[in-house]
Design a protein around this ligand. Sequence first.
Ligand SMILES: O=C(COP(=O)(O)O)N(O)CCCOP(=O)(O)O
Ligand SMILES: [Zn+2]
Length: 311
Amino acid sequence: YVKNTKEILDKASREGYAIGAFNFNNMEFLQAILEAAEEEKAPVIVATSEGAIKYIGKGDIETGAKLAVEMVRTYAEKLSVPVALHLDHGRDFRIIMTAIKAGYSSVMIDASHLPFEENLRETKKIVEIAHAVGISVEAELGKLKGIEDNVVEKESVLVDPEEAKIFVKETEVDFLAPAIGTSHGAFKFKGEAQLDFERLKKVKEYTQIPLVLHGASMVPQDVVKLANEYGAELSGAKGVPEDMLKKAIELGINKINTDTDLRITFVAYLRKVLSEDKSQIDPRKIFKPVFEHVKEIVKERIRIFGSSGKA
Ligand SMILES: O=C(COP(=O)(O)O)N(O)CCCOP(=O)(O)O
Ligand SMILES: [Zn+2]
């Protein structure tokens, strides 16, 4: 059943674990994510970016948002675990409003590319509207980019805990994504993986709300290797190591955005299945084993995040 995202994140924050926020762009990824959550007895957030809504709706935003809500609701009402549907990286006001109107449990207003005051104003506007209709809101402070070597870059990219305190107080946003050194995609770090845990600790202390880690995929090297063996070109792919994820959760991360790990798993096993069963043309026979593996990686993540059995 579809819950208000704030409810499941506030509980996670009180009890010190994290909920997976897994992106989907089609029915098969959604099925794999929801089956994984049900088998792990874990609350789960399923998310669509603006690109996913356009993809699902073949360019029509209302169709995409409506179909996403209907697919999630139809599957979720059969499950025992709480399921929230979240708009990831909302930037276009019209798309954010369409998602709210269609029945999303929460929306992200991503104005982190704007100067602090404008980000604050944009976020405050969305919070007022969303809260008026019982929807929770996520915002972002700092920019999603790896921690560059020189300090100047670091200052302009990572979250400023003092700003976070003011931002959360002024906007009343329900959960915040502080940039602490991660980035989207499979190539997160040039050198060693590095997250700014000191900043994270301060942001949690100053804001006391659930925090979100974007760009949190672990990029499992065995799956990267398998994909490359079957013709992919993903050398140099590097993600967030398990011990860093666990430390981030200890320090107050309660929502962990994961998309790339599902994508890499999908690509590796699709390549494998197609190359091993050369006469297969039934998409159901091709996708079934592939999405079994996608489901397994989601279960592994849910276990690492500590939300297994928390439903
Ligand atoms: O933080 C993440 C995913 O992080 P990851 O790449 O480490 O999985 N996300 O918000 C997912 C962003 C997906 O956007 P798009 O559909 O436009 O490609
Ligand atoms: Zn993100």
